[in-house]
Design a protein around this ligand. Structure first.
Ligand code: 6GU
Length: 229
C-alpha cells in the first residue's frame, strides 16, 4: 500500500520509522512518502497561508501549493487515490473506515494548519480521486498531522502482513462492536490482586462466556453509545 502525506511539518512523521510501521516500511509492505508543502511555493518566504475572504480570525492555507503538491503526487501514481483531509469538521473516523482504507492501494493525507485549507482544494482533489474529510473525535487539534499519524497507524496495522499474528487483530476493541475484555498474565496473584479464577480453570467455554460478559459490561459502563437500544 502506498501512502503519501503532505504537510508543512514533515518532521511530525519521522516516528513512522520506528516500531511496527517502521518494520512494515522496511519490509516493503507500506510505501510511505512524506512531502513538504513548502516545496510547492515560489516566493521568498515560502508562503502557504493568507487572510480569509469575508474576514474573520486566523489564516487560510492557499490553494496553489496544494494544487501543485497533489499534481506531483498523482503524476506518477497508477490508480486514482483516496484523499484524506483530517479535519475536526469531517465525518468521524472509525475502525470500520480503517478496515476499508487498509484495502486501498493508495491513500493521500493532506494535513491542514491554521483555520483550514481553501475549500477549492477539496473540489480540485475530487477530480483526481475520492475525497474524505475525516475527524478523530469531538475536540480540536492544532493541525492535521497528529490526526493523520493516528489514522496511518490504525490503517497500516490492518494491511495484511504488517501485524505478525493476524489473530491478535480479531479480539480487540471495536472489531466486534464492543470494547475488548480485560487481560491478565503471570503472576496469578500480585500485590493482593488475584486473576479471576475462571481464567485459570482451563474451561474454554466458561472463559469465552466470561470474556463476553466482561465486554458487554464494560461497554455498557464506558461506551453505552456503542450498544443497540
Ligand atoms: Cl482530524 N484535525 C484536527 N485539526 N483536529 C481534530 C481532528 C482532526 N480530529 C479531532 N480533532
Amino acid at each position: 500500500m502506498r501512502i503519501d502525506v503532505v504537510s508543512i511539518f514533515p518532521a511530525f512523521f519521522d516516528v513512522l520509522e520506528v516500531s511496527l510501521l517502521g518494520k512494515a516500511r522496511g519490509a516493503g509492505l507500506l510505501d510511505i512518502r512524506v512531502h513538504d508543502l513548502r516545496e510547492h511555493t515560489h516566493d521568498r518566504h515560502r508562503t502557504v497561508d493568507d487572510t480569509p475572504y469575508g474576514g474573520g480570525a486566523g489564516m487560510v492555507m492557499k490553494p496553489e501549493p496544494w494544487g501543485e503538491a497533489l499534481d506531483a503526487i498523482t503524476a506518477d501514481a497508477g490508480e486514482r487515490p483516496v484523499f484524506v483531509f483530517p479535519s475536526p469538521a469531517g465525518e468521524r473516523f472509525t475502525q470500520a473506515q480503517a478496515r476499508e482504507m487498509a484495502q486501498l492501494p493508495h491513500l493521500v493525507f493532506g494535513c491542514g494548519r491554521y483555520e483550514g485549507i481553501d475549500e477549492r482544494v477539496f473540489s480540485y482533489a475530487a477530480t483526481l480521486g475520492d475525497v474524505r474529510l475525516v475527524s478523530l473525535g469531538d475536540y480540536v487539534l492544532n493541525g492535521g498531522e497528529v490526526a493523520a499519524m493516528a489514522m496511518i497507524e490504525a490503517i497500516g496495522r490492518l494491511v495484511p502482513g504488517v501485524v505478525g499474528n493476524p489473530a491478535s487483530l480479531v479480539e480487540e476493541s471495536h472489531e466486534d462492536g464492543l470494547l475488548e475484555y480485560p487481560s491478565y498474565t503471570k503472576p496469578s496473584s500480585w500485590r493482593g490482586y488475584d486473576v479471576p479464577p475462571v481464567l485459570l480453570s482451563g474451561n474454554h467455554g466458561a472463559i469465552a462466556g466470561w470474556r463476553r460478559e466482561q465486554q458487554i459490561e464494560r461497554t455498557r459502563e464506558r461506551r453505552p453509545d456503542l450498544l443497540p437500544d
